[in-house]
Ligand binder design. Structure first.
Ligand code: NIG
Ligand code: FE
Length: 420
């Protein structure tokens, strides 16, 4: 069954080069006024000027969706998130309001390790149910593909439990989940003083087991002072490559730990965070194939300086934006809030922010060949927004403005009853 979306006031196709967009390419939205999209079998059959799409023979027998003159663009690809956890960290949140820092709370046993305790004692069923509910809200906020990291288990069974919850929720749809193994997120308490043994367990036991079970597409590592050094991070990424898994790095977030260079050198698909990256790190990333994924929601929430987003684009890095949704540093799953922060605080233009949140997000998950662009043959993942100009998305921050969400050709959420 095909479907024809008509009366699209502004259609943002994101059509452009078949690679992550850099520099000026990040301003190019493939914008079409009064556009149309023809969808068949979960994919885009045609997208562009209304007259051209209507000329397609398949358009005649399609059911019609009227977009009401509003804005339609690819669903957001949120390429960095930690959505599996048992409980929010409300005590940490309150303590920070009273003056404690993220680092102080982590050193006092809060932080990542408190979420680890929660995940270890949670059942697979409860983690799955919580993730399913979060996936629903995430889809309803306009994200159609989400990365989902483990990393709050830190022992083989608990990490596998997290990845199984992700696999189950992914199989239920409609939100598409891309699983990442983040066993190297912190050194767990039982390995205190034996960090080398933990790195060995991650490399020699956990990564091979996760790969054997087909539970992750990526391996990520938190390359940071007090977590994993650059040399340890390289070992983890080498083990990932050996197991046939793609690589990501939490790089230069709280300190300049060398993560950007590690990511560039290891052929990582992305280097993420980069708040403390300096000019040499930005050039290394710009010269590499890695996408620079910026997560300004965490800076907002922790009241820390933003990464130099403008500089990344001007120096030719391919920039993606993602939420970093997690209970400690960014409890926000809504990409529109991230667009708002990126434009107001990092001085990306609305167009650059939208490219970063869609097509470059897809490349940050190695999905650029199928996701993030509305062109014949690509996934029919698109969102109709309650807006007549795309700049309204970052402008009206904090208000829900999704009209409907289509995932793989099916309307997965609609605020209104669609007149079909
Ligand atoms: O991306 N940096 C490491 N991991 C998360 C925070 C995780 C947590 O605080 O629970 C991040 O910010
Ligand atoms: Fe993160």
């Amino acid at each position: 069954m095909s479907c024809l979306i008509l009366n699209i006031g502004q259609l943002l196709t994101m059509v452009g080069a078949d690679r992550p967009r850099r520099g000026r390419e990040m301003s190019s939205l493939g914008l079409i006024m009064d556009g149309a999209v023809l969808v068949e079998d979960g994919k885009i059959a045609a997208a562009g000027f209304k007259d051209l799409v209507l000329n397609d023979g398949r358009a005649k027998s399609s059911r019609i969706i009227d977009a009401g003159g509003r804005v339609v663009l690819p669903g957001f690809v949120d390429s960095h998130a930690h959505p599996v956890f048992a409980a929010p960290r409300l005590d940490d949140f309150e303590s920070r309001a009273k003056g404690a820092t993220y680092e102080e709370l982590a050193a006092a046993g809060g932080g990542i390790l408190s979420t680890v305790a929660g995940v270890r004692s949670a059942t697979l069923d409860s983690l799955t149910a919580d993730l399913r509910e979060r996936a629903r809200r995430i889809l309803e906020s306009g994200t159609t593909t989400l990365e989902a990291k483990s990393g709050y288990g830190l022992d083989l069974d608990s990490e596998l439990k997290m990845l199984r919850a992700i696999a189950t929720v992914a199989s239920m749809g409609p939100l598409e989940l891309v699983p990442t193994f983040l066993g190297a997120h912190a050194v767990p308490p039982e390995y205190k003083g034996r960090r080398d043994d933990y790195v060995r367990a991650v490399c020699e036991q956990m990564i091979p087991a996760v790969a054997r079970e087909g539970l992750a597409r990526f391996v990520d590592v938190f390359c940071e002072e007090g977590y994993f050094t650059a040399a340890e991070s390289r070992r983890v990424l080498d083990a990932a490559a050996k197991a046939g898994l793609k690589r990501k790095v939490h790089a230069d977030q709280l300190t300049r730990g060398g993560g950007a260079g590690v990511a560039a050198g290891a052929g990582a698909v992305s280097a993420d965070h980069l708040e403390c990256a300096e000019e040499a790190d930005i050039s290394a990333l710009a010269a590499s194939g890695a996408v620079a994924t910026l997560l300004p929601g965490s800076n907002y929430f922790l009241a820390k300086p933003y990464p130099p987003g403008r500089r990344f684009i001007d120096m030719g890095a391919a920039v993606a934006l993602a939420t970093d949704f997690n209970p400690g540093s960014c409890p926000c799953w809504d990409m529109r809030m991230i667009l708002s922060i990126a434009t107001t605080q990092m001085k990306l233009t609305p167009a650059e922010a939208l490219v970063a949140a869609t097509v470059n997000g897809a490349y940050a998950l190695d999905l650029g060949a199928t996701h993030g662009v509305l062109r014949a043959g690509m996934a029919a993942d698109l969102v109709c927004w309650e807006a007549s100009d795309f700049r309204e998305l970052p402008y009206y921050f904090g208000a829900p403005t999704v009209a409907w969400v289509m995932k793989a050709g099916k309307v997965a959420y609609s605020r209104e009853t669609l007149k079909l």
